[in-house]
Design a protein around this ligand. Structure first.
Ligand SMILES: C[S@@+](CC[C@H](N)C(=O)[O-])C[C@H]1O[C@@H](n2cnc3c(N)ncnc32)[C@H](O)[C@@H]1O
Length: 213
């Protein structure tokens, strides 16, 4: 029921950057925002990337252009259709339509999991489950980039009832149990555009299990 409603909401959204960013003003600053997010990522050369909730592929095509391979997943067919079209000139992409809570992914198969706005649409318990699964999907020393709208909507004047605007501590406390924190911050362009310093991001690294401790 919960995910049927989420899917219903997302199917109503347009398959463009305004739809992806839930913000009609997004066309004015989407390119700068994308560049800023990319600047927080580690070196992607030779990496296998998993992109949950990839949407229309704002990041997928960039990943395909620099990384070894990118797997893009989203539960809205029209978004994945557009994503496939956008990345059609690359041979190193795989696309799936599916709910991230149901997908079957081989353990230790990715170097980077890139999550840009997904956990805020999951229930608390499912966010915890996904945290465990992401850790398993990553290779040893693999990294996770996570970005979520905390405290309020990205454009605070346009909240959505289907999103959970959690405190950033929820994510940090959750992921620090399984990962080490490499860096974190907030998306500066949202401070400038919307006086919002709670578009939070984190770069985590999978903790290598120490058999001696
Ligand atoms: C705010 S958009 C972000 C899209 C993309 N990451 C970006 O930054 O452009 C959120 C995306 O999450 C997808 N989504 C939400 N819940 C999902 C779920 N449970 N499984 C798969 N995709 C989901 C939506 O369809 C939508 O494409």
């Amino acid at each position: 029921m919960y995910y049927n409603e989420q899917l219903y909401f997302w199917r109503q959204q347009k398959d463009d950057v305004a739809g992806m960013m839930c913000n009609p003003e997004a066309f004015d600053f989407e390119a700068s925002e994308r560049t800023e997010i990319i600047s927080y990522l580690p070196d992607l050369r030779g990496k296998r990337i998993l992109e949950p909730a990839a949407g229309i592929g704002r990041f997928t095509t960039y990943f395909a252009s620099v990384a070894e391979h990118v797997t893009a997943i989203d539960f809205v067919a029209k978004f994945i259709k557009k994503n496939i079209k956008a990345s059609s000139s690359f041979l190193n992409t795989t696309h799936h339509i599916g709910n991230m809570m149901d997908v079957d992914i081989e353990n230790e198969s990715f170097d980077l999991v890139f999550v840009n706005w997904l956990l805020m649409y999951l229930r608390d318990d499912d966010a915890r489950v996904l945290c465990d699964r992401i850790e398993k999907w990553l290779k040893p020393e693999g990294e996770l980039f996570l970005r979520e709208s905390c405290v309020s909507a990205s454009n605070p004047n346009r909240p959505h009832s289907h999103a959970h605007y959690r405190d950033p501590e929820f994510y940090e406390d959750l992921f620090i149990q399984k990962f080490s924190l490499l860096s974190k911050g907030n998306v500066v362009i949202y401070e400038q555009r919307h006086a919002n310093s709670n578009q939070r991001w984190w770069l985590f690294k999978k903790i290598r299990f120490n058999w001696l401790s």
